[in-house]
Write a protein that binds this ligand. Structure first.
Ligand code: CDP
Length: 694
């Protein structure tokens, strides 16, 4: 616009070279005939802002009000304080219209079903989602095991893994129009008879060969983890024989464990939901014991054998040590802390596990760039007011995405609009720490994690309550049944104690985090009950793989990967030196090319005895940070978060399977919902190598 171009140009200067490369290659719109660009980065932000703000017209807002909202949306994006996930940036206002990154699709034990949930129905749904840049997660454990009978053809079943291979090939073929390769999460619950084949499906000789478009995770249960500790045997269950179609062994476990306290079940679910035809998996026998559940399964002929839980766990650990797969998702923890547990049970997550979702649900994500909220100075601190304001606009924007979305399938639209999940996350966390002068692997840093998570959650939740007053609650909202996750957040000291780390936090950091520390959630709860809630979940810590490049910051809550490294992305290879690191070198007059290129050989400085102590402490990279600190940061961000956290527990290549075993066991104790490890160089292809000497 007139006069506006000057501002636009200045905002473009915030973008790094890599950001421009990525935007140019995949995000900026082109004329399909001439292939010329039809927008600049600022025009892209405008396109997204206007398209999303327009939704408010249908909620009775005037053109003028909508313009104001659009300006705010534009402001938070173009200042790189907040970015929505890739599909929203790419597809807003275009002919494509899928704006969400995360989907979970059901897979029933049938070729096709009237509800469109059979294996080949889902294959089609997956292709439609991938085409537009979304990622899909599946629980394959309802499929009958390999070698089981197929009544209609008197044949033999080929088992879930063979079907996964078809999904994998389809993903390869669709390749999302060259913009984004499809990503999948394949889950098998630990009671399935084929679980050992599943565990090995991406390790050893198969690691760089099979299911390359899948992350895989074992769906784990508390009963199983306890059996691991006691080295006990556990049953394997044939899902076809459980007489409750589509429920499998975990149907019994749900009955056995219950995810809620008895009062809830008695008073509300049994009476109220039954009348409304509530979910099938909860019935009067929700409180049988595990032993009783086994007796039922046995009686119904569903138990196919028994395995030693420790042996299976060791195989999971060995696979993860060898190749990074499988990860684990903790199904009990996911459902215990699912605020709308009363709608149904969660069986799966999206590809990077930050979104545990019900069948057919989708979720759109967006992340706050924390680095932008540091007030520099002798004693750097956090700009809490600006952060709170950005969170409020971010949540409004994400909520509008739900209405602006064009859903590829009716089932996805219905499920998504019923629960209205959004996922506000963060990026630039480790760079915020650097700017605050706090080493990532310190109790101080953990304290920052814990309280920042609390602050983000508080304001996101508050924003969603305010949106409910304005636009109404999500249709599946039930003020009495809704479970507030802040009631079950683990105390900071308790978590550190689990890993024998003293919760010693320096007074200055305590002071800095006071604003978050003091937040009162009981008031918020009263507000929620009174005014309603717009979104059944509001938070989620995404990997921010590409949007962190656009924002020019570190990804998610991960530590710096390397101070200098080569990045392989779809559009080419980049050699990068961390600019923040360069700034520090400059302070100490160490920014000579000789010094920098020497550092780039290994990517790190912590073992370089000639480096100033401050630099060595603050610039700790992912492989120098011990697994316990990786885990605890993840656990801190999980406490104040109604969805999940995407995090990779990066390890040096010398680490042993024992370390992986400890990490997986501790993750369970810390209340983490999903865990993935990655040992450096354990795969032949990885996105980022650190150091330029190979
Ligand atoms: O940074 P960006 O918004 O591009 O995405 P991300 O935070 O790295 O990933 C968020 C989610 O997008 C993942 O968990 C997947 O569900 C999905 N995704 C995908 O489907 N395909 C990809 N190539 C990358 C991400």
């Amino acid at each position: 616009g007139k006069g506006g171009w000057k501002d636009f140009d200045e905002r473009d200067l915030l973008l790094s070279y890599n950001a421009l490369k990525v935007l140019e290659a995949r995000y900026l719109l082109k004329n399909p005939d001439t292939l010329r660009y039809v927008e600049t980065p600022q025009m892209m932000f405008r396109r997204v802002a206007n398209f999303l703000a327009k939704v408010d017209l249908s909620y009775g807002k005037t053109e003028e009000e909508v313009r104001k909202v659009a300006d705010r949306f534009y402001e938070v994006m173009s200042s790189l304080k907040f970015l929505p996930n890739t599909p929203t940036l790419m597809n807003s206002g275009t002919r494509l219209g899928v704006l969400s990154a995360c989907f979970v699709l059901p897979v029933r034990d049938s070729m096709t079903t009237p509800e469109g949930e059979g294996i080949y129905d889902t294959l089609r749904a997956m292709a439609l989602v991938h085409q537009q840049g979304g990622g899909t997660g599946f629980d394959f454990s309802e499929l009958r095991p390999k070698g089981d009978t197929v009544a209609s053809t008197a044949g033999v079943a080929s088992g879930p893994i063979s079907f996964m291979k078809i999904f994998d090939v389809s993903t390869d073929v669709v390749k999302q129009g060259g913009k984004r390769r499809g990503a999948n999460m394949g889950i098998m619950h630990v009671w399935h008879p084929d679980v050992r084949d599943f565990i090995k499906s991406k390790t050893g000789q198969l690691k760089d060969a099979q299911l390359q478009n899948f992350n895989i995770s074992v769906g784990m249960y508390d009963y199983f983890m306890r059996a691991v500790e006691r080295e006990e045997d556990v049953p394997l269950i044939n899902p076809r024989k459980t007489k409750v179609p589509g429920k499998g062994w975990d149907y019994y476990i749900v009955k056995a464990r219950g995810y809620m306290d008895e009062e809830y079940v008695q008073e509300f679910i049994l009476n109220e939901l039954e009348e409304k035809g509530g979910s099938v998996w909860l019935d009067e026998s929700a409180f049988v014991t595990v032993d009783e559940a086994m007796v039922i399964a046995e009686r119904e002929g569903a138990v196919t054998g028994r395995v030693n839980a420790r042996a299976v766990f060791d195989e999971i650990v060995r696979g993860a040590w060898d190749s990074g797969d499988p990860g684990i998702v903790f199904i009990d923890e996911i459902n215990r802390r699912h605020p709308i547990y009363y709608v149904s049970k969660i069986q799966a997550t999206n590809p990077c596990a930050e979104e545990p979702l019900l069948s057919w649900e989708s979720c759109n994500l967006g992340s706050i760039n924390l680095e932008k909220f540091v007030i520099e100075g002798d004693k750097p601190t956090i700009d809490w007011d600006s952060l709170a304001e950005t969170i409020t606009y971010a949540v409004r924007m994400l909520d509008n995405v739900i209405d602006a979305n064009r859903y590829p399938l009716k089932q996805i639209e219905d499920a998504t609009k019923k629960t209205r999940k959004v996922g506000l996350g963060v990026m630039g966390f480790s760079r915020l720490l650097v700017r605050l002068g706090i080493p990532y692997d310190s109790p101080d840093a953990l304290y920052v994690s814990y309280n920042l998570a609390k602050f983000v959650y508080y304001h996101a939740f508050k924003a969603s309550i305010e949106l409910a007053s304005e636009k109404g609650s999500f249709p599946a909202y039930n003020p009495q049944l809704y479970r507030d996750i802040f009631d079950t957040a683990k105390p900071f000291a308790d978590m550190l104690e689990i890993l024998s780390i003293k919760p010693q936090v320096s007074p200055s950091v305590r002071k800095m985090m006071e604003r978050a520390e003091k937040l009162d959630f009981s008031e918020l709860k009263a507000l929620r009950v009174k005014n309603g809630l717009r979104n059944s979940t509001v938070m989620s810590i995404a990997p921010t793989g590409t949007i962190s490049i656009i924002a020019g910051t570190s990804s998610g809550i991960e530590p710096l990967f390397a101070l200098a490294f080569i990045r392989n992305v779809a559009v080419g290879k980049f050699m990068e030196v961390d600019p923040l690191f360069l700034e520090y070198l400059r302070k100490y007059e160490l920014d000579d090319p000789e010094v920098v290129s020497k550092i780039a050989e290994t990517g790190s400085v912590s073992e370089n005895v000639f480096m100033p102590r401050t630099i060595r402490n603050i610039f700790r990279t992912a492989h120098e940070v011990g697994p316990e600190y990786h885990l605890l940061h993840q656990a801190c961000w999980q406490q104040w978060n109604d969805s999940g956290v995407s995090k990779t527990i990066n390890m040096r290549s010398e680490e042993t399977p024992e370390t992986v075993s400890k990490v997986y066991l501790s993750a369970w104790k810390l209340g983490i919902k999903g865990i993935t490890v990655y040992r450096d160089r354990s795969k032949s292809q990885q996105v980022i190598y650190f150091g330029i000497k190979k």
